[in-house]
Design a protein around this ligand. Sequence first.
Ligand SMILES: Cc1ncc(COP(=O)(O)O)c(C=O)c1O
Length: 416
Amino acid sequence: MYNSKHNDLNAAKELDLEYPSQRNHFHFPEVPAGEDCLYFCGHSLGLMPKDAQTAIDTELDSWRKYGVEGHFNGPYPWLPYHENITKSFANLVGAKETEVVAMNTLTVNLHLMLVSFYRPTKTRYKILIENNTFPSDKYAVDSQVRFHGYENAVVELVPDEGKKTVSPESLLKQIEELGDELALVMLGNCNYLSGQKFDMKAISQKAHSVGALCGFNMAHGAGNLDANLSDSGADFAVWCSYKYLNSGPGGLAGCFVNERHHSDPKIPRFEGWWGHDKSSRFKMGPEFEPIQSVEAWQLSNPPIFQLASMRASMNLFDKVGIKNLRSRGDKITSYLEFLFHENLGDDIEVVTPKERGSMLCIQLKKDPKSMVEKLGKRGVFLDFREPDILRVCPTAMYNSFEDCFKLVQVLKESLA
Ligand SMILES: Cc1ncc(COP(=O)(O)O)c(C=O)c1O
């Protein structure tokens, strides 16, 4: 798609005119005088949407004006506030509105899902996870296994020989081999370290075919990949909102439970009053009557200020649409990869395979740590993972092709 004439600032600017971003709706952080802000950390903490301030101020105003009555009054009453997010989430991950909810934070939701969907027996007790899974996910599954009184139950995917990633064929084969010992497959739909995307439908089908359940951590997929959760057949999914979804530090997480599980009276579930049937919740009865949707998994009334910034961010996702975002994401990510190859050649290796979202992981051959320090002084935001991985994310929502061009120039200067 790109050739040597695209290795040029004016060509990058032309691409920006052809494929515009939403960067005017975001605040970019301050950087040293004379430098451009080159923010490539949308996979870690997304930028602040300009409307987030007004959205939070609106709720502070409601609190000031109405006190407890803010649950029923004001532009966005708090009692059903989380419902303002539902439709946007459903569109974002490709699910029915009854299947998605914004609640808690990511690891909390993962534990709640494991309570419901990791149901080990003496013979079927293994969980398959990624080989380089995010530590919190590993701690969650390890502690669930211990909680159920099992050991040696967590199996990590084996990457292809000589590679850091696993091919789709090998992944499915590994599920098949675990067969009737496998209780649950729990993978990211986009790996946090390599940026590799996984085929949720093929994996869910394979897991189900051997009698296991299947769930996904979409922390690096939500707002990045164009997912189709309902159709994938996955049993559950969880995701955070502070990365690609730009809802702010510690933002609330998402949760998906496939509708076939909603009315199962036997499903084990940790419960709280926010999951109780809404029409009788305030009768304050002693018995739990679940909402007949994923909302039954809610525990507490949610933090409104966090939901407010999320609402501001979701308005932008609604406006652009995830399919358009993914399409722009593919173009800008391929452009960055092209620039890496053209300009940095042998000094780096792109680890991320072609099945991916917007994040590129590059392995630096020369002293990566001091490189990251140098880049920080030049207004560049990206992150470093021990021992030698830089994760660089040209976010479809707000990064420009010009950002990519300038980043590669700064990298080249710093490597020289
Ligand atoms: C893949 C993955 N899992 C889990 C977490 C932990 O998230 P939280 O602190 O919101 O529970 C993260 C955070 O970056 C993540 O990327």
